[in-house]
Design a binder for this molecule. Structure first.
Ligand code: SAM
Length: 433
């Protein structure tokens, strides 16, 4: 058992009363682990049939399973984006977000992307998802996870909530606020959370959450919904945070609360509250019209990409193209609004133009690889070679191709006379298999 902070023990004893001994005993068990099937790539039933890992249904997440397997992140199916590894109780919040009719959805504190990818799988493909992360290096990981899971209708931004408020007043129909918190439900998984815990930090987190929630409220349309969640047990950050919010925002109603405690349910612990904005506050200004995302692309580069896509795909994905400040071209999701914050990914990255040729992006294989003309399907042993960055042998026409594990794209290769040169990005390769 971990060395739990004394003040934490006192607080929980006071709160849980008779339940406290069972709560404490829960720390003797190893942390729960889970995976969520990415239904953008495979149905739950199909995954169940091919899963190399023992699965047991998580009751509150349709596509979520408990697992005990080690190294589930090293399996080729993980590289192919068939699943996302996520602590089971963390799977409870995203399903509470009402998105069936939502056109614009925001995940405000999104990295590393567990809940973003869960929301994306449930969303109408024609709707827009903005996944934001304030921390640049975490935003990069978020962006990679969105790429791995093949999500095409998402913009990844790296901004403060205040910067987003400037850009998106009363714009989103649904917002997830998975707030930074004191992480009491993470003590087993991330012992770092233990060393950072203190009553002062709980108060600090609560103050920060209050601000984030207020910012979220001002970005929500009338009739829209917010789900607020934390992975902590502290009432200041959970129930009291919501009660305070409702006092400040009479235009909101509380629809539902879920709290998972580790001695009551099979999970490390989570809190989620579903809030609905019933009416405009009289003080709110008229929401300004938001323009379409402005397209900036060199005409020659676009022509070169379109010619590349004609050859690379059996049927090329259609849509508007823009270049971001990183010099790369992206397929912009239809209906993407203009905004002025740092953007890390905008829809699907297509590739780079060097003035002569297109160098296609890994994301292209992950989102649209099943439509590729040249497909290389490898045995499990060869797949491991490919994932380690080695070349593989295959009977395929010369040119850019997509490498598969079974029916699932893993990345790009370039075939020359039966040898497929490896184009899996270096940072994504398997270190040991
Ligand atoms: N939703 C993520 C998932 O399911 O994978 C986990 C999000 S984590 C609980 C909270 C995130 O909030 C962190 O990535 C952190 O960097 C970010 N954060 C920290 N301070 C913030 C702030 N002031 N405003 C918005 N986000 C913040």
């Amino acid at each position: 058992m971990q060395n739990l902070p004394e003040q934490f023990i006192d607080r929980m004893k006071k709160r849980l009363g008779e339940g406290f001994p069972a709560f404490l005993r829960a720390y003797e068990n190893p942390p729960y682990k889970g995976l969520r099937v990415n239904t953008q790539k495979i149905s739950k039933e199909e995954f169940w049939a091919i899963s190399p890992i023992m699965l047991e249904q998580v009751p509150w997440a349709e596509n979520g399973f408990y697992i005990t397997a080690e190294k589930a992140g090293a399996h080729p199916y993980h590289f192919a984006g068939l699943y996302y590894l996520q602590e089971p109780s963390a799977m409870c919040a995203a399903p509470m977000l009402e998105i069936s009719a939502a056109k614009h959805v925001l995940d405000l504190c999104a990295a590393p992307g567990g809940k973003t990818t869960q929301i994306a799988a449930r969303m109408d493909r024609g709707a827009i998802l903005v996944a934001n992360e304030i921390d640049g290096s975490r935003a990069k990981i978020l962006s990679q996870n969105i790429e791995r899971l093949g999500i095409a209708n998402c913009a990844v931004t790296n901004a403060t909530p205040k910067q987003l408020v400037e850009n998106f007043p009363e714009y989103f129909d649904a917002i997830l606020v998975d707030a930074p918190c004191s992480g009491e439900g993470m003590f087993k998984k991330e012992p770092n959370a233990l060393t950072h815990w203190s009553p002062q930090n709980v108060a600090l987190c609560a103050a920060r959450q209050k601000e984030i929630l207020d910012d979220a409220a001002s970005m929500l349309t009338s009739g829209g919904e917010i789900v607020y969640s934390t992975c902590t047990f502290a009432e200041e950050e959970d129930e009291w945070q919501i009660a305070d919010f409702l006092k400040r925002h009479p235009e909101f109603a509380l629809l539902e609360i879920k709290k998972i405690l580790p001695h009551e349910e099979r999970g490390e612990g989570h809190f989620a509250a579903r809030l609905k904005k019933i009416s405009h506050s009289s003080l709110q200004r008229e929401a300004p019209k938001i323009r379409a995302y402005p397209l900036r692309v060199n005409a020659q580069a676009e022509k070169a990409y379109r010619a590349f896509a004609e050859d690379f795909f059996v049927s090329a994905p259609q849509g508007a193209i823009t270049t971001l400040s990183d010099g790369r071209m992206y397929l912009v999701p239809t209906g993407m609004p203009a905004f002025d914050v740092r953007v890390m990914r905008l829809g699907v990255e297509l590739g780079e133009w060097d003035g002569k040729l297109i160098r296609p992006a890994h994301a292209l294989a992950m989102a649209f690889g099943t439509h590729a003309r040249r497909k290389v399907k490898l045995s499990l042993e060869e797949v491991k070679k490919y994932l380690r960055g080695e070349t593989v042998e295959a009977e395929v026409e010369n040119g850019w191709c997509v490498v598969f594990v079974e029916e699932f794209p893993l990345g790009l290769g370039k075939a020359v006379n039966g040898t497929v040169k490896n184009h899996l990005p270096k940072g994504l390769r398997l270190v040991r298999a």
